[in-house]
Design a protein around this ligand. Sequence first.
Ligand SMILES: NC(=O)c1ccc[n+]([C@@H]2O[C@H](COP(=O)([O-])OP(=O)(O)OC[C@H]3O[C@@H](n4cnc5c(N)ncnc54)[C@H](O)[C@@H]3O)[C@@H](O)[C@H]2O)c1
Length: 248
Amino acid sequence: MLLKNKVAIITGAAGGIGRAVARFFADSGAQLVLIDLDEAALNQVIASLPEKSKNSLTIVADVADESDVKSAVASVLRQFDRIDILVNCAGICKMISILDIEVAEWDRIMAVNLRSVFLFSKEVFRHMRDRRYGKIINIASAAAKIGGLAAGAHYSASKAGVICFTKSLALQAAAYKINVNAVCPGPTKTEMTNAWGQQTNNDFADKIPFKQYAHPDDIAAAVLFLASDNARYITGEILDVNGGLVMD
Ligand SMILES: NC(=O)c1ccc[n+]([C@@H]2O[C@H](COP(=O)([O-])OP(=O)(O)OC[C@H]3O[C@@H](n4cnc5c(N)ncnc54)[C@H](O)[C@@H]3O)[C@@H](O)[C@H]2O)c1
């Protein structure tokens, strides 16, 4: 019960990695706040959780929208009066050549993958600072370090922004005993990579020293560690979970 009674917000909770994080957190005793655009999928996640987590708070919100983020955080504080953990997991990815990326597409990827991390972190940091306690974990990507194997340049750039935002916030937040870290998954079996097709996924798996994609649970285990007090002296860390694809 590493997270007993901790209030944890997970964005992108209806997706492959977000669902796994929700399950790991539920099994560790956390009170969950699950946020996603996809209401039907969020309800399925709730149905799949253990009985004691069935009363988790679900919020349908666009993580890129400032007013949605402010009202989501206000609802959590109204219901629980505190936020202990924030996992910024919502994200979108597209396989696309740089020549085909239009400005609107560039802006949307930046907004969903990077602006959202800024918006949620800012709202939650304000509150965590007053309590002198908190854990923020951002989901970046191996693509942020080596460029995308399949993902567009806008995706990789947005995730590189997540890494530097993580370090910058970690520096500011340390004075308040708030830990800010990121996890950098390599290719992971979720809806996001399913969309790339079997052949592409086989080709990419072959480039990974472990010769297979991560399971979402592999990412969730790293997030759980960083969210727990076992990681209380770790901040500004960018934790690779990628089967050896990137070693730095
Ligand atoms: N799957 C991978 O190989 C991989 C690798 C590295 C990093 N990541 C990152 O991990 C995170 C989770 O990815 P995943 O593989 O679980 O993808 P996924 O597509 O399964 O899940 C993403 C979730 O985010 C939600 N979402 C998208 N836009 C949103 C918005 N504007 N507001 C609210 N919710 C929104 C979607 O509805 C979906 O439920 C993402 O940030 C992704 O970039 C994934």
